[in-house]
Design a binder for this molecule. Structure first.
Ligand SMILES: Cc1ncc(COP(=O)(O)O)c(C=O)c1O
Length: 456
C-alpha cells in the first residue's frame, strides 16, 4: 500500500492519527469551557462576542479566565504559554505593570473627554523621535488607521485605487479585501460593496517589474504594504527591494503606506526606522501590544500639512477629510501609549526580545536538522516561523505552502494540550516583550516532541 506523504516529508496518516488523539484529549481537558460555550451559543452567534474567536480554531473555543505575563488560564484551570499574544494586541504581556498603572490612574480620573491632553503630545514626540515621521494621529484600530491613511492618500494624490501585495492583511476594510486572483469574484469576503473589488489591485511581493508596470498606469493613490509579509508566515523583502520600490512609488506620484500593525514589534522605531523605509504614512496597530483598543499613525511633514488644510469642521463648511471617531485619541489611549513607549517599548526591550527570538530560531532549526528535515525557521525580532522547505519564500505563494492546515492545526492542538497557545494559523511563534528565557526552552521542548511524534 502506498503511503501518502506530504511534500514536506510527513505522512498524512500520521498527522491525521495525532490530530484525532489530540482532539479527544483537548475535549477532556476543556469540559468547563464547553459548558459555558453551550450557554454562550444561546445569546451570541457561535457563542463568542466577536466571530473570529470561533473561526480561528477548529475546536470549540476555550473560555479565558485570567492572564499573567506571557501566560493565561482558562475556566478549566489549564495554563497556557501564549506564543502569539492576541496577534500582537497583547505583546507587552497580560499584566504589564506601567501600563496597568496608567490605565488604573486614568480610570479614576476620566477616560474620554473629546479633548487633547499632554499624554498625546508626549507619545507623539516619542513616536516622531523613533520613526522620523513628524506628525501623529490616534485611531480606533489598525483597520480604521489604514482606512484613514488610504483616504489621506486619495486626497493627496487625487487618485482612487490602491495597490497591495498578495498575502497581505490590512484589516476588515472593504477595499483591501479584494481577491488575490484576477477572477470573476473580485472580493474575498461577504457583505462588501461590489465596487470594493475594483478599488484595489494586488501583485506579488518582491516583483519590482510588475510594481513599475502597475504604477505606470497612473491610477494608484497609494501602495499599502507591510514592510515584510507577516500574515502568511514570514516573507522578507529582497535586498534593495524597498529602496527601488520607494523610488518607483515616489516617481509615480503615489504614497507609500507602511502598515506596521505587526512589524513595529520587530525593531525599535519599527521596520520604518530599522530599514530606513521613508514611508509617507506609517501605521502602528493593536494598542501597541497593551490590549487597549487603539492604533496610531504617523505622517511626513507634507502629508501632515494636507491633513491640516482639510479639517472636517462640525456644522460649518467646507467639508474636510473623513478622519476620526468619538473615542479615538481619548485619554485612555493616549495615557496607555505614553506609558508603553516610556517604560515598555524602549530600545533595550526590543534588544532583549530579539535575543530570545534568535534562541527560538536556532532552537527550531536544531530540531529540524536533528530530525533530518530540510525546513527553515525564518526570524525577525522575536518572531519566528515554521517554514517547511529549504527554499526561502519570496512571495505569499511560496510561504503559504508551509501553512498546510493538516500540519498547522495538528501542531496547534498538540501544543495546546501541553500548555502552549498559538492562536493564529498563518503566524509562527512569537517571543513577546513579556517572555523569559525558560519559556523559550519550554516551547522548544514541546516543538521537538511534536516533530518526533510526526515522524514516529
Ligand atoms: C498588518 C495588519 N494590518 C492591519 C490589521 C488589522 O488590525 P485590527 O484588526 O486590530 O484592526 C492586521 C490584523 O491582524 C494586520 O495584521
Amino acid at each position: 500500500m502506498s503511503v501518502d506523504m506530504k511534500p514536506y516529508g510527513i505522512r498524512s496518516d500520521r498527522l491525521a492519527d495525532i490530530r484525532v488523539r489530540e482532539d479527544e484529549a483537548f475535549g477532556r481537558r476543556t469540559t468547563a469551557s464547553r459548558t459555558l460555550h453551550e450557554r454562550a451559543k444561546r445569546v451570541m452567534p457561535h457563542g463568542v462576542p466577536m466571530q473570529w474567536m470561533a473561526g480561528l480554531y477548529r475546536h470549540p473555543p476555550i473560555m479565558v479566565a485570567d492572564g499573567d505575563g506571557a501566560w493565561f488560564g482558562d475556566v478549566d484551570g489549564n495554563r497556557y504559554l501564549d506564543m502569539n499574544l492576541s496577534d500582537y494586541a497583547g505583546s507587552l504581556g497580560f499584566n504589564c505593570g506601567p501600563v496597568a498603572d496608567a490605565i488604573a490612574a486614568r480610570a479614576r480620573s476620566g477616560l474620554s473627554f473629546l479633548l487633547p491632553d499632554e499624554d498625546a503630545i508626549a507619545a507623539s514626540e516619542l513616536l516622531a523621535e523613533r520613526t522620523g515621521l513628524p506628525y501623529w494621529q490616534f485611531s480606533g484600530a489598525a483597520s480604521s488607521a489604514n482606512m484613514e491613511a488610504i483616504r489621506i492618500a486619495r486626497l493627496a494624490s487625487g487618485r482612487e485605487r490602491i495597490l497591495m501585495f498578495h498575502g497581505r492583511y490590512h484589516g476588515h476594510i472593504g477595499e483591501t479585501l479584494v481577491s488575490d486572483a484576477d477572477d470573476a469574484q473580485p472580493v474575498r469576503a461577504m457583505g462588501l460593496h461590489s465596487s470594493d473589488g475594483s478599488a484595489a489591485h494586488c501583485i506579488a511581493f518582491n516583483d519590482l517589474p510588475e510594481l513599475e508596470r502597475q504604477l505606470r498606469t497612473g491610477e494608484f493613490a497609494c501602495v499599502i504594504a507591510e514592510p515584510m509579509l507577516t500574515n502568511c508566515n514570514l516573507v522578507f523583502p529582497d535586498d534593495g527591494f524597498w529602496q527601488d520600490a520607494r523610488r518607483l512609488i515616489h516617481d509615480a506620484g503615489c504614497l507609500l503606506i507602511a502598515d506596521e500593525a505587526h512589524t513595529h514589534n520587530f525593531a525599535y522605531g519599527g521596520l520604518t526606522a530599522h530599514w530606513e523605509l521613508d514611508p509617507d504614512i506609517m501605521i502602528i496597530g493593536k494598542g501597541m501590544g497593551t490590549g487597549v483598543p487603539f492604533a496610531v499613525y504617523g505622517m511626513s511633514g507634507d502629508i501632515g500639512h494636507v491633513v491640516e488644510r482639510h479639517l472636517d469642521v462640525d456644522v460649518a463648511a467646507p467639508v474636510g477629510v473623513a478622519l476620526g471617531g468619538t473615542t479615538f485619541g481619548n485619554a485612555l489611549a493616549t495615557a496607555t501609549a505614553r506609558a508603553a513607549l516610556e517604560h515598555c517599548l524602549r530600545r533595550e526591550d526590543y534588544d532583549r526580545t530579539a535575543l530570545l527570538g534568535s534562541k527560538l530560531e536556532s532552537g527550531l532549526e536544531k530540531i529540524f536538522t536533528g530530525h533530518g528535515l530540510d525546513w527553515m525557521a525564518p526570524r525577525i525580532g522575536g518572531r519566528a516561523g515554521w517554514h517547511l522547505s529549504s527554499k526561502s519564500p519570496r512571495t505569499a505563494e511560496d510561504a503559504l505552502a508551509s501553512l498546510d492546515p493538516d500540519f498547522v492545526d495538528t501542531r496547534r492542538i498538540y501544543m495546546a494540550n501541553r500548555g502552549i497557545w498559538e492562536a493564529i494559523s498563518s503566524a509562527g511563534p512569537s517571543v513577546s516583550f513579556a517572555h523569559a528565557d525558560a519559556e523559550i526552552d519550554h516551547y522548544l521542548e514541546v516543538a521537538a516532541a511534536f516533530v518526533d511524534d510526526c515522524l514516529g
